[in-house]
Design a protein around this ligand. Structure first.
Ligand SMILES: [Zn+2]
Length: 163
């Protein structure tokens, strides 16, 4: 779908224009997300509102909305987790170029441009839990019981059967 070249945008120019861009990416297009997904169905909706910051820097408000199917780390079943996230981003040429006291997330540009897809992927990854699990014990296919904690090997066997 979106090729790398057309997805790259010039941050300074968009900030000058106060451009607002909206994109939808299939979750299957986001390489860093794949290990977390139970399956790659679905998409992420992203909104980028560019603005000029102090000292002529380029910034953007990045917002994402998605409902990826993650793998529960308790029951190893797929479950849908609706997430929304937004961050204030400040674009910088290099680590050395960043303003120390910026309240914003620093995002490094590649020769003045960034990939909107990468930016959306980064924001979505920030929104996901470090350890995914079904939101309620009732929904979880197999919450660890006291019995299982005493029998770790049977749990391990179950894990092996699923791979
Ligand atoms: Zn679960």
């Amino acid at each position: 779908m979106a090729s790398g070249s057309t997805d790259r945008v010039d941050c300074a120019r968009l900030a000058e224009d106060a451009a607002v861009l909206e994109r939808v990416y299939a979750l299957s297009e986001l390489p860093r997300l794949q290990d977390l997904l139970a399956d790659a169905r679905g998409s992420v909706r992203a909104r980028f509102a560019f603005s000029k910051l102090e000292a002529g820097r380029a910034g953007a408000m990045v917002a994402v909305q998605a409902a990826p199917r993650l793998v529960c780390q308790r029951c190893l079943q797929g479950f849908e987790l609706p997430v929304t996230s937004d961050s204030e981003i400040e674009f910088a040429m290099s680590e050395a170029d960043t303003s120390v006291d910026s309240p914003r997330e620093i995002y490094l540009m590649d020769e003045g441009s960034v990939s909107l897809r990468d930016l959306a992927e980064e924001e979505l990854l920030l929104a996901l839990p470090a350890i995914a699990s079904c939101s309620t014990p009732e929904a979880c296919g197999r919450a660890p019981s006291s019995e299982e904690r005493q029998r770790p090997f049977s749990v391990l066997q179950d894990l092996l059967k699923k791979t």
